[in-house]
Design a protein around this ligand. Sequence first.
Ligand code: ATP
Length: 282
Amino acid sequence: MPNKSVELSAPAKVNYRLDVLSKRPDGYHDLRMIMQRVDLCDTIRINLTGSTGITVTCNRNSVPDGPENIAWRAAKAVLDLSQKPVGVAIDIDKKIPVAAGLGGGSSDAATVLMGLNNLLELGLSTEQLMEIGVTLGADVPFFIFGDTSIAEGIGEKLTRIEKIPRPWIVLVNPNVHVSTAWVYKNLQLTIGKDVNTMPNFFDNIAELCAVLGNDLESVTISRFPVIRDIKNLLIQYGAAASLMSGSGPTVFGIFEDEAAAREAAKKIATEHNWFTAAVKTL
Ligand code: ATP
């Protein structure tokens, strides 16, 4: 069994929509989100080793390497379940900005769960992996599910979107780290919020842009007003719409085609010292 290995891509996500519906007694919030994977990926290498134990290495200093790393906890959950006498060495080549609202840690964890399920030939179903995933983080089930989805509950109830355009996305991150916990702490919940059903069928980009929204945006903007400037800049450079993703601070712009997205990303990268990328939706 040892010496088996695999190299996998762990994509980022953006939230086309993020509604905070209510605060639950357990401290989590009930959400309704539209989640889309994008082609900005960490590379995860998983090696089975002869000795027991889990190690995580990463090319970024700001990412923890022990049990604080969510990928480590994903490996632990699978090893505890499998009871197989193996060790796991995980190396993360991080390309997704950290604490950015792009779900990087959750995607790494989902990739480790799926990768180890295959390497150890455990035969766990997608549903079983998603159940383990939600114990690690609210966005993990989405990355196991894969398809563009409406996510409800804390993020674990997923419904596939029937039809949706695949625009190009420009991501802009002003290199500040946002604590998701801080954002939720400072959110003023709207009582009696309209929770009409969310469409799960979008014929074109205009229809998609019409539903964009994020309840966390104004909270993060109050701390980092640069987010509003980036939203405006993306529109000025041709985006059909722009929005903050997750708890931020990354902002994304929606573009009809690759050339326009690349051009906008190039201009922004030339003018500002921000992380900028033009990426496909997956
Ligand atoms: P969330 O909204 O779930 O916080 P995010 O996309 O905003 O997600 P992440 O990049 O997942 O943020 O990082 C959140 C925190 O988790 C960081 O402060 C980081 O130190 C820690 N962390 C633990 N494991 C990882 C990992 N594999 N990749 C990135 N960050 C990790």
